[in-house]
Design a protein around this ligand. Structure first.
Ligand code: PRX
Length: 654
């Protein structure tokens, strides 16, 4: 088992958690997945199992081979031709769902927009035509840097329609992060907005975009959605207002039929180096995996109202706001702003007002709700809810139990879903009509998925802890890292054999074969369910003029699951002070985005290093958590760590 500290601090308390919750009887009868033999059937022939879901989608040409190749080279539905936008929009708009609500949007100030599938079809056709008129087409990369507005969904689907590869960059990232992602993908266009609302304040996305664009020669066009009356500069020839393009745009826009393994999108995620990885997803396999898991895990019926609270800048937003639910013809809810605006019951008021039936959020949000107090949800009518989900990080049993009681009214099953940007779809999860849940456990692999626990040598651990591993394949798995095949192989396919995927998580399996995810075992910190690479934060820290050297670690945090603590040694001429610590924290926020800002910066004369110069983060974690120091014999200078420990204890005692 890795020696790294994981975000699932409460492993012991997790494993002491032995209550089980059976699916409620009424739920089982009507569940989309209700036949327990599907686990065996899928195991015996996973390829046919996945083909069953692919058959429910609309293909322009059927595939020749359901699967080809192994490990990093595995490809699904080879030879098939498909368009993701046609599957998410046209086939519903042309059929019985034409007048069904596809999307309900609430802006933070309170506006509401509802679009039927027919209306959504009009929007994506027109915007697809507009993009084509600008000369964009198959294979071009288009960056999307938007608030949570309906046009963000239109932008993604319109790219898919014309075969352009979208790269959505989370609206909370800084201009520098945007610039790096535009550069890496070689994006030709950027779709953004004048601004957006967050906790009553304007987020000036166009201004941030302009800062990024000062340095991105590949960008030919910028399309700006007018979200509000936000001041923004427009550059002649390069910048276009979305609404003006839409007025002139033609409807229909013929969809580009894509090869099943043509990229649908790139999404950047942090890794163990300073450079984020562009995770590339396919069209046919990705859509099949997102669709299948949406149907089965969220048990979606035609009258459901599905709210996944993620931002479209993360994979959860891609798979479970846009592609999965819309491929399934669902009604989705999108909300622009903060959960505590104008009050701490915004989410619950929205559930009540919009009749939300299936609700999917992150443990970090649940812990914040718990802290805000029971009265907020208890004062709202949540009786329409019938199923709850969580994603992004381990959920502590206390938060699970609170969610079950105060949001789910003790009647809604909870699906704790484990997956990643790279996997594209949920891989470990209960099926809500079939699996009894245990608070804190993601339970079992989805049918057709071969998940296990291996030790360092690759030996299976039937019961106990080790590394999570996935063997074989599943349709939504990534095609690779944009422009870096070797990094793809080294990161995910080289720990054991070439056909076993290494997700970078530690996990345990209990006597019932249930999985308990413990968190990252690499140099990645999971903050509020989002991956932040320690190297990225460290490079942002040393970028500050005062910092000579820096190391960051993850420490348990009441709301965020894990918070970032930075240790920094200063250049000559700089003195430690609270103001300097604040300035350094702010600098990281500006370089990467607020999410990466350390909770605190601790100044050290020196950082503990091995004789080969490697910073020993394990010791820093021991210090930050007040534990007895682990093995210090490999330190170049053991005195460094003792001094640091004394200093830290003195500061903690202040
Ligand atoms: O450590 C795991 C954690 O989030 C990581 C994936 O992060 P990302 O690619 O940003 O995608 C997040 C949303 C899918 C994983 O390696 N993680 C995700 N879901 C869970 C989880 N940890 C525990 N339980 C989960 N349900």
């Amino acid at each position: 088992m890795p020696d790294k500290k994981t975000p699932a601090e409460g492993l012991d308390s997790l494993l002491e958690e032995n209550r089980t919750f059976d699916p409620p009887p009424g739920f089982v009868e009507g569940a989309v997945a209700s036949d327990p033999t599907i686990y065996e059937t899928a195991k015996a022939d996973p390829v046919s199992f996945w083909e069953g879901f692919a058959n429910e989608l609309e293909w322009a040409e059927r595939w020749d081979k359901p699967v080809e190749g192994e490990g990093p080279d595995m490809r699904w539905f080879v030879g098939g031709k498909i368009n993701a936008c046609v599957n998410c929009v046209d086939r519903h708009a042309a059929g019985e769902r034409a007048h069904k609500t596809a999307l309900i949007w609430e802006g933070e100030p309170g506006e509401e927009v509802r679009w039927t599938y027919a209306e959504l079809a009009k929007q994506v056709n027109k915007f697809g035509s507009a993009l084509r008129t600008l000369g964009l087409g198959k294979g071009d990369r288009v960056a999307i840097y938007m608030p949570m507005v309906p046009e963000a969904v239109v932008a993604m689907l319109a790219c898919a329609r014309i075969g352009a590869i979208h790269s959505v960059v989370f609206g909370g990232f800084s201009s520098e992060s945007l610039r790096d992602r535009i550069e890496d993908a070689g994006a030709k266009a950027l779709i953004t907005s004048d601004g957006g609302w967050r906790r009553g304040k304007e987020v000036p996305l166009k201004r941030f975009s302009d800062e990024a664009l000062a340095d991105t020669p590949t960008i030919e066009h910028v399309i700006v959605v007018k979200r509000g009356e936000f001041a923004c500069a427009m550059q002649d020839g390069r910048d276009h207002w979305y609404h003006e393009l839409m007025e002139a745009a033609e409807n229909p826009c013929s969809p580009e039929m894509m090869d099943s393994n043509d990229p649908l999108f790139i999404l950047y995620t942090s890794g163990t180096t300073g450079k984020p990885k562009g995770i590339v997803h396919s069209t046919g396999g990705y859509l099949t995996g997102a669709y299948a898991t949406t149907r089965w895990v969220f048990d979606l019926k035609d009258d459901d109202v599905f709210w996944c609270t993620a931002d479209i800048g993360w994979i959860t937003g891609h798979s479970y706001i846009v592609y999965g639910p819309l491929a399934a013809g669902a009604t989705i809810v999108i909300y622009e702003g903060a959960p505590d605006w104008p009050q701490r019951d915004r989410f619950w008021k929205m559930c009540e007002r919009l009749g939300v039936t299936v609700f999917y959020t992150a443990p970090t949000a649940i812990r914040a709700f718990m802290k805000w107090g029971d009265e907020w949800p208890d004062g709202c009518d949540l009786s329409k809810l019938r199923l709850l989900g969580t994603v992004g990080e381990p959920i502590n049993p206390e938060a699970w139990t609170w969610y079950h009681r105060h949001i789910g009214g003790e009647r809604c099953p909870i699906v704790d879903t484990w997956w990643q940007t790279e996997t594209g779809q949920i891989l470990i999860t209960p099926l809500p009509g079939l699996i009894s849940t245990k608070p804190g456990s993601a339970t079992k692999a989805f049918p057709g998925v071969d998940a296990t626990i291996l030790d360092e040598a690759g030996t299976e651990v039937p019961v106990g802890g080790g590394y999570l591993a996935i063997r074989g394949g599943w349709p939504a798995r990534t095609l690779g890292i944009w422009g870096d095949e070797q990094r793809f192989i080294d990161t995910y396919w080289s720990k054991w054999d070439r056909n076993t995927y290494f997700p970078g998580d530690g996990a345990k399996r209990d006597e019932d074969g249930f999985f308990w995810i413990l968190g990252r075992v690499d140099d990645v910190i999971n903050v509020s369910g989002h991956r932040i690479g320690t190297m990225e934060v460290e490079s942002a820290l040393v970028d500050h003029e005062a910092v000579a050297e820096a190391a960051v670690i993850g420490v348990p945090h009441e709301i965020k699951g894990t918070g970032i603590v930075a240790f920094a040694s200063l250049r000559d001429g700089f003195e430690p002070s609270d103001d300097l610590a604040a300035a350094i924290r702010a600098h990281v926020g500006e370089k990467i985005g607020a999410i990466a800002r350390p909770e605190s910066v601790l100044f050290a004369a020196d950082l503990p290093k091995t004789r080969s110069g490697k910073i020993m983060r394990r010791l820093l974690r021991d210090i930050a958590e007040g534990r007895a120091l682990g093995d210090t014999t490999t330190l170049a200078d053991p005195a460094v760590v003792e001094t640091l420990q004394k200093k830290y204890e003195a500061e903690a005692g202040d």
